[in-house]
Each structure stands twice: as C-alpha cells, then as structure tokens.
Design a protein around this ligand. Structure first.
Ligand code: AHG
Ligand code: MN
Ligand code: MN
Length: 337
C-alpha cells in the first residue's frame, strides 16, 4: 500500500511483527494513546470557546501553575490507559507519585509502564500557540503480576521501547518511534483518522535554526554563551535564525523537519535546567536519535543517565547531529580554559 493512504491503525498492525516482543500489547498501548490524543485534541481545539482557560487554582509538584487543560489532558490519558487495562503503571509530570494499576490483581500480566508530559508548552494555551503531549514507554523490570515499583520508572532512556509526541498545531500530528525510525501521522479532523504523512523522519545533518530562551543568557555557563555568539556570527552559513516557541514539542518538531538545535541550558538560577529527564528529555532524545539527530546534556548522552528521581531535571540540548556536536565542543573548550 502506498504510504499516502495508510492510517495509523493499519501501520500499527503492519509493523507489529517488527517489535522485539510481539504479544500485541505494545500495539494496543499505542492504539490507546492514539485514542486519548484525539480526545485531548478535540478539547485543545475548542479551548478558546469554552471555559477551559486559565489556572485551575492548583499547582503541580514543582510548584508551577497548572492550567485547566493540563489537568484535563492528564486525566484523559490516565483514564484511557487505566480503563483499557493496558499498562501496569503510569508516571506523569502532573502527578506527585507514580500510579500503580491493578496492583492487587495477580492476573494483571501487563508489562509496560508509561511516563508522560500530558500537556507540554501549557503557557501557550491562552495565546493560541501550539502545545503537545510527550510519552515514553518502558518494559517493567520487576516481575509481572506484582505492584510496580519506583525502579520500573527510574530506567535509563536507553531502555525505552517506544516514545512519541502529539503536536496540537496548525494540524494535529502524532509522531513516534518503536526503535525502528520515526514516523509522523497527521489527523484528518473531519473523520478523526491519523494518516501516515511523514514516513521515516530525519533531522538534516546540519541546520540553520537555534532555539533557546535567550532572556536567560546572562545566567548561562560560558560554553553556552560562546556557542550562542557563534550562532550569531557572520561566517560560513551563519548567522543562524533564532526560533523559540516555548513549547518543546513544537520547537523540536520544526527543528527535525528544517534542521536545527534546541537548548534548555543550566543557569545560575536552575543549575539542572528546567526540563524533566523522564517526561521530556528521554522521549525526545529517543526520537532524535532514531531520526539521525543527537541529544545531550551539553557533555554526555541523555539516554545514558541513570535517573534517581521521578521529577528529575536535566540540561537539554537536542537536534541536528553536527550542531549538537559543535555545542559539545564549545562546552569542552570552556571547561578546559
Ligand atoms: P510544560 O508546559 O510541560 O511545563 O513544559 C514547558 C517547557 C518546554 O515545553 C518549553 O520549551 C520550556 O518549558 C519553556 O521554558 P521557558 O519559558 O523557561 O523558556
Ligand atoms: Mn513540558
Ligand atoms: Mn506539561
């Protein structure tokens, strides 16, 4: 079948046998995420019409304002996964602790845990700018049929079996990998079906876009400052173009298509940066590597970090291979001097 007419549902069935473990459980799980994505998409799309705007009057575990849509997306994804009895555990940026599912049911043979950022870029909702959802899937390491434990979630990114994001943008897309490249599906909203629109996505090896919140420049380490100055220098194919949406999913998506680098560096205020290793950096790193890109904390590979806590933050640099390598060389040089 020509990819142009292939739906996500068909793609999942067709590619099921290429998974390492082919019980169909992972396929059912991705199908559930597809369903939750459509429900959240419907809600995001009418955000300006109904009373879903504004703060919910609550803060999440990191003390940030939760938007109503944050809570809604969190609830919808959790409900969908719990109701369909498809995973044994869930961890979410919006939940203080992980959720154990059917922990007392010995017959629960589910092997997978899901970690997610249900609504990424939520400060953009009120101003009609793209937001997203990020998800990351691991096999549990404790025995099936027992309650999940914290170590099932604190695995290196390298152990991910699948990761993806949904971008609620000018069109809604679901982009994911199961370790065999990255494929993007666009939602036809008239009939509620995702179609394969971006097969085998790849970061261009070089790019000319850099994405960073430059308002924090003064607080960045010297290596990052030097790299930003390098991006702005009149030389070779530079200065680069600066593009920063403030929504990791959207900035990443653009950079993957056009070629570019995304940075959320450490700062004097936030020595570990802002982004969360488990809900944001690891899944995006897996997608980046599967798309011939690279993800780093400035010196080492993101997916090699052994997490110590659920809501851990980490400096994050991600994008076109040669650009991330260049940034790492600036970090090394500044540490040497
Ligand atoms: P979230 O909405 O899930 O809290 O994530 C927002 C993240 C990320 O998407 C974005 O790139 C970054 O925060 C923006 O942070 P600044 O406003 O500090 O630049
Ligand atoms: Mn986020
Ligand atoms: Mn979020």
């Amino acid at each position: 079948m020509s990819h142009k007419h292939q739906t996500l549902g068909e793609f999942i069935i067709e590619n099921q046998s290429s998974f390492k473990y082919t019980s169909g459980e992972l396929s059912r799980l991705i199908n559930s995420i597809r369903l939750a994505a459509k429900v959240v998409n419907y809600e995001v799309n009418k955000a300006g019409l109904v009373d879903v705007l504004g703060a919910a009057g609550d803060t999440n575990v990191q003390g940030e304002d939760q938007q109503k849509l944050d809570v809604y997306a969190n609830d919808k994804f959790i409900q969908t996964l719990v109701n369909r009895n498809i995973v044994c555990g869930i961890a979410s940026e919006e939940e203080d602790d992980f959720i154990s599912i059917n922990s007392t049911d010995k017959n629960n043979q589910n092997k997978y845990v899901v970690l997610m950022d249900p609504l990424d870029g939520s400060s953009n909702i009120d101003v009609n700018v793209s937001v997203g959802t990020i998800f990351s899937i691991y096999r549990r390491i404790t025995p099936v049929g027992t309650p999940v434990q914290i170590e099932d979630f604190l695995q290196k990114g390298n152990e991910q079996v699948a990761a993806g994001y949904i971008i609620y943008g000018t069109s809604t897309m679901l982009v994911y990998t199961t370790g065999d490249g990255v494929n993007g599906f666009t939602l036809n909203p008239a009939i509620g079906t995702f179609y394969l629109s971006h097969p085998q996505m790849r970061f261009p090896e070089h790019g000319s876009i850099y994405s960073v919140n430059e308002g924090n420049y003064i607080h960045f380490p010297q290596g990052i400052k030097n790299y930003i100055k390098y991006c702005q220098m009149e030389e070779d194919n530079r200065p680069y173009t600066s593009r920063y949406i403030g929504s990791l999913v959207s900035d990443f998506h653009r950079n993957m298509i056009k070629g570019g680098i995304y940075l959320y560096p450490p700062s004097t205020k936030n020595p570990q940066g802002k982004l969360r290793l488990l809900y944001e950096c690891n899944p995006m790193a897996f997608i980046a590597e599967q798309a011939a890109g690279k993800a780093s904390d400035g010196t080492s590979r993101i997916m090699d970090i052994l997490p110590t806590e659920l809501h851990q933050r980490v400096p994050f640099v991600c994008g076109s291979m040669s650009m991330v390598e260049k940034l790492e060389s600036f970090m090394r040089d500044s540490q040497r001097s």
